[in-house]
Design a protein around this ligand. Structure first.
Ligand SMILES: [Zn+2]
Length: 187
């Protein structure tokens, strides 16, 4: 089991260009396992590879987010080379957290529903869609793979508040990972 360090804002690595996985080899499978370990260790709803400084287009969503009825038996969902196929059903605002913005929770407006296509860790293509936290989480993680962050989706005043909070967090924590079990799932 490997828990990887989280890259936190304003680290420029969160803005780097990502690339498609060409071959789901042993190294990629190891990265997927490490991402899953890291996500669970931080009680996060999801995690993108770029949040641990890796540029492969991969993200993970906690299976409980995808299927709340399955509870702890739910397997994590692995998205490799994901494509946001469609969004719709109007817009909705909800509070979001992000591992790369520890202790920052902000209202973000997004399409209510989203459909994502991707490859699983066996290389099979699949399609999922959803609303609620799942629909929001897949959009949030997909944003990470395009270098887009929560702070890009809020107004000027809120941006400054987030920047100040992150400056304070870095002063206090100096790179330690975010505390687990936040009040709102971090993704
Ligand atoms: Zn995030």
């Amino acid at each position: 089991m490997a828990v990887l360090d989280i890259v936190t804002y304003p680290d420029p690595r969160l803005r780097e260009a990502t690339f498609d996985v060409k071959d789901i080899n042993a190294e990629v499978r190891q990265l997927v396992r490490d991402l899953i370990d890291t996500m669970y260790s931080l009680s996060a709803a999801g995690i993108a590879a770029i949040q641990v400084g890796r540029l492969e287009r991969i993200f993970i969503i906690d299976g409980k987010v995808a299927d709340p009825a399955a509870g702890d038996d739910a397997k994590p969902l692995v998205f490799i080379n994901p494509e946001l196929a469609e969004t719709g059903h109007g817009l909705t605002i909800a509070e979001e957290g992000c591992l790369s913005f520890p202790n920052v929770f902000v209202d973000i407006k997004r399409p209510r529903w989203a459909k994502m296509r991707a490859l699983d860790v066996e290389g099979n293509s699949f399609e999922v869609d959803g609303e609620g936290l799942f629909g929001r989480a897949i959009q949030h993680e997909h944003d990470h793979l395009t270098g887009r962050l929560m702070i890009d989706l809020v107004g000027m005043v809120k941006k400054e508040v987030i920047k100040r909070k992150m400056k304070r967090w870095h002063n206090e924590h100096d790179g330690k990972p975010p505390a687990p079990k936040p009040t709102v799932p971090q993704i």
